[in-house]
Each structure stands twice: as structure tokens, then as C-alpha cells.
Design a protein around this ligand. Structure first.
Ligand code: HEM
Length: 201
């Protein structure tokens, strides 16, 4: 059967409470982890090898909480309601990818795509975001296990994982720009998606 944005299960269904809570947790702890990791607030998580490693410890616990929310969101993507289940929206089919390309073309012509949540470009950005954050969460968990606060990390593999964890410095702001930009664009065309997330609708 041919799929169209209107016939997918996700076209009109309201967002369930669990998804909204998980999304809020991801936003709060993700931004907090970024700010404390990169040192926008405090000394940054790179103080892990110093005798005083307050900011690393804070970053570690915020990161672990974030990862718990993320793993719950991923589980919810398999067992949750139809509208948030990955199988119904991740753009891996030819048709869904076509909508993504159409949306990019619209933006290039300065037209904001009008599609249901998770369909087209917004679904693509969301899927990439989940993958990027999964890496940050899992590499962070590896750091939490392999780092002894106050001691320099020298073992080769843990050090390599920690090194690539630092890509969060680019991934988080890049994702925020795309995601917030999309939300603002939706608001401009009269779809106040952000209100749903904050339980205002
Ligand atoms: C799960 C527990 C986590 C632990 C134990 C952890 C540990 C660390 C450590 C040790 C650093 C310093 C790396 C260095 O400079 O050598 C760091 C940096 C960083 N972390 Fe995490 N992290 C965790 C989760 C997260 C999460 C979930 C995010 C994002 C959502 C994140 C984002 C960052 C960022 C942006 C940096 C700064 C990188 C830089 O300045 O180059 N971390 N983290």
C-alpha cells in the first residue's frame, strides 16, 4: 500500500503523556549535560583528573540521568503508542525519504513544510538526534565506569571512547539549532507543537 503523510498512524494522534515526560527529561538533562560537560557552566567535565573534580561528578550524574531517559525513550519507541513507534515514522522507506527531500527543497525555496509531527524533515532530524545522543549516553556510561575521579585516564580504548565523547561539543549545539529552528518554523505556520510538550495543549 502506498504510504502518504495523511494515511500514516501518526498524522493526527495527540502525544501521549509518557512521551511528553520523556521528551522534557531529555531536553532538561541534555542541555544541562552539555553546559556542564563543555564548561559553559563551571570548569567543565575535563576536571575529572584534578583533585577537585566537582564539575565532572555533576556532569556524570546529569549524564547518567539523561541516558536513563534516553533508553526509556528508545524502549517507548518499540512498545509505546503507534504514533511514537519507530516503525511508523523513522524515514527508512523510499517514500518517507522522498518527503524529507521535498521538505529540504521547500526550505530552499523559503517555504516552511507543513506536515504532521515526525513526518518528513522533522522526523529525519529527530532520528539523527536519537542516534547522536545514544552515542553520547553510551560513551558517557563508558567514561563513568572507566574513570576514577582524580586519576588520569591512560588505558587506550577508554581514552579513545572519551576522546570521541567530546564530539558532544559539536553534536549538541548543532542538534539544538536544527530542532529549535524547526519548532520556531512550525510556530510561524501556526502549529504550536511546543505547547504540547509543555502540557499547555
Ligand atoms: C553518562 C555519563 C557521562 C559521563 C561520565 C561523561 C563524562 C565526560 C567527561 C569525562 C568529559 C571530559 C572529556 C575531556 O575533556 O577529556 C565529558 C565531556 C563532555 N560531555 Fe560527557 N559524560 C556523560 C554523559 C554526557 C551526555 C549525556 C552528554 C550530552 C547530552 C555529554 C556531553 C558532553 C560534552 C558536550 C562534553 C564536552 C566536550 C568538550 O568540551 O570537548 N556527556 N563528559
Amino acid at each position: 500500500m502506498t504510504e502518504t503523510p495523511r494515511t500514516t498512524a501518526i498524522a493526527t494522534a495527540p502525544l501521549d503523556v509518557v512521551t511528553r515526560i520523556l521528551q522534557l527529561g531529555l531536553a532538561v538533562f541534555g542541555i544541562w549535560a552539555w553546559l556542564t560537560g563543555a564548561g559553559w557552566i563551571g570548569a567543565g567535565a575535563a576536571d575529572y583528573e584534578r583533585p577537585d573534580h566537582f564539575w565532572y561528578i555533576q556532569h556524570r550524574w546529569v549524564g547518567i540521568t539523561f541516558t536513563a531517559f534516553l533508553l526509556a525513550r528508545i524502549l517507548w519507541g518499540f512498545v509505546g503508542p503507534a504514533d511514537v513507534r519507530f516503525v511508523n515514522w523513522v524515514p527508512w522507506t523510499r517514500e518517507r525519504l522522498r518527503w524529507v527531500v521535498e521538505d529540504v527543497r521547500s526550505l530552499l525555496h523559503l517555504r516552511i513544510p507543513e506536515r504532521p509531527t515526525h513526518v518528513g524533515l522533522s522526523g529525519f532530524v529527530e532520528a539523527l538526534g536519537l542516534l547522536a545522543f545514544l552515542w553520547l549516553g553510551l560513551s558517557g556510561l563508558s567514561n563513568a565506569i572507566t574513570i576514577t575521579p582524580g586519576v588520569k585516564l591512560t588505558a587506550a580504548l577508554p581514552h579513545l571512547i572519551k576522546h570521541w565523547h567530546q564530539i558532544g561539543n559539536v553534536l549538541v549545539p548543532a542538534y539544538l539549532i536544527l530542532h529549535v529552528g524547526g519548532t520556531v518554523a512550525h510556530s510561524i505556520v501556526g502549529r504550536q507543537v511546543w505547547k504540547k510538550m509543555l502540557f499547555l495543549e
